[in-house]
Design a protein around this ligand. Structure first.
Ligand SMILES: *Cc1c(COP(=O)(O)O)cnc(C)c1O
Length: 379
């Protein structure tokens, strides 16, 4: 089936008792067993819940993987993946990624003896050089947050697999509509479902999708053993959100491109970071690897003062962390999402005091551009 059809139907048979078209919210903690030693596949709701199972099957289908496991947040999904490793193992990770992932690696996982090397993963040679005998996992985020750097997933997968390391891709910025890392050779895909997958800024969650039987089994074991599961209600919200993923992403894409072109032509904008613009350093790779460029854009206004004046004047765009919602969200990475990244690293990556990130929503683009135009008048 096509992507839009899968988004609406995969994992979602009508409910057997009543024929309800929508998967119910199975708000239960346990299930009656008809006799000792026999059950209907459900014993306890941390282990399995039908609402969550439907979402897990749905997201696995969209990412073209076999196994989906949903978690209470994107961070708990990522954390669970790292529990496949053990003390002494080494990880190569992108130097520019979601600030919370960096915080998890550097301030939590390192305490348990995992070792991390951070490199610019858009440079495949840098990934190759960082691999050691103990390297067990390569963690990629592409495009990166917030610099929108694009990494060649297939090339990095080759390098990692030559070293018997797993490749994990955080696909939150793209959603499977724009990019399917498993088809490009990744072993595991993680998402914050909080963002484009749910799309309505009303739920926090995460998912791990894998294709290999042994990995799927281990993630399922860890999901149950560690227990950071997605609730039935949140599972239902994400199922509902995903039904419109294809149409939302089309509009995000159109609005993202229009906004990027508008910003690129504006005298008060020094630089625009968007893989859909021909001057983006990995524009050709993005064209090849992604089915569109999305609606995440960062741009440089030259100083904190300019960024503050601009952000204080937007009205329709909401000044907020997070991204991927139907409403346009705008933020200041240096002081908001990436405040936990050391200042030297931020400066080197380009996360400057004048950098603004916009997650372009699906409102009328003329209204969005008018709002941004009005905010520029104060800069
Ligand atoms: C938001 C985000 C996360 C973390 O997800 P939560 O649901 O907030 O825990 C991880 N990676 C990326 C790229 C994100 O944008």
């Amino acid at each position: 089936m096509g992507f839009a059809t899968d988004a609406i139907h995969a994992g979602q048979e009508p409910e057997p008792h009543t024929g309800a078209v929508t998967i119910p919210i199975y708000q239960t903690s346990t299930y009656v067993q008809p006799e000792l030693g026999r059950h209907k596949g459900y014993e306890y709701a941390r282990t399995k819940n039908p609402t969550r199972s439907a979402l897990e099957a749905n997201l696995a289908a969209l990412e073209r993987g076999k196994y989906g496991h949903c978690f209470a947040s994107g961070m708990s999904a990522t954390d669970t993946v790292f529990r496949l490793l053990k003390s002494g193992d080494h990880v190569v990770a992108g130097e520019n990624m979601y600030g919370g992932s960096f915080r998890l690696f550097s301030r939590v996982l390192e305490r348990f003896g995992l070792q991390f090397t951070y490199v610019d993963t858009s440079n495949v040679d840098a990934v190759r050089k960082a691999i050691r005998a103990e390297t067990k996992l390569v963690f990629l985020e592409t495009p990166t947050n917030p610099m929108m750097t694009v990494t060649d997933i297939a090339a990095c997968a080759d390098v990692a697999h030559n070293a018997n390391a797993l490749v994990v891709v955080d696909n939150t910025f793209c959603s499977p509509y724009l990019q399917r890392p498993i088809e490009l050779g990744a072993d595991i895909v993680v998402h914050s479902t909080t963002k484009f997958l749910n799309g309505h800024s009303d739920s926090v969650g995460g998912v791990v999708v894998s294709n290999d039987d042994a990995i799927g089994e281990q993630i399922g074991f860890l999901q149950n053993a560690v227990g950071a599961i997605l609730s039935p209600f949140d599972s239902w919200l994400v199922l509902r959100g995903v039904k419109t993923l294809a149409v939302r992403m089309k509009q995000h894409e159109a609005n993202g491109m229009a906004m990027a072109n508008y910003l690129a032509g504006h005298a008060k904008v020094q630089k625009v970071y968007y893989p859909g613009l021909p001057d983006h350093p990995q524009h050709e790779l993005a064209k090849r690897q992604m089915n569109g460029f999305g609606s995440m854009i960062s741009f440089e206004l030259g100083s904190f003062d300019n960024a503050k004046k601009f952000l204080d004047r937007v009205r329709l765009c909401s000044l907020a962390e997070s991204l991927g919602g139907v409403e346009t969200l705008i933020s200041h990475p240096e002081s908001m999402t990436h405040a936990s990244v050391p200042v030297e690293t931020r400066t080197r990556l380009g996360i400057t005091p004048g950098l603004v990130r916009i997650s372009v929503g699906i409102e009328d683009i003329d209204d969005l551009i008018a709002d941004v135009e009005n905010a520029f008048d104060g800069v």
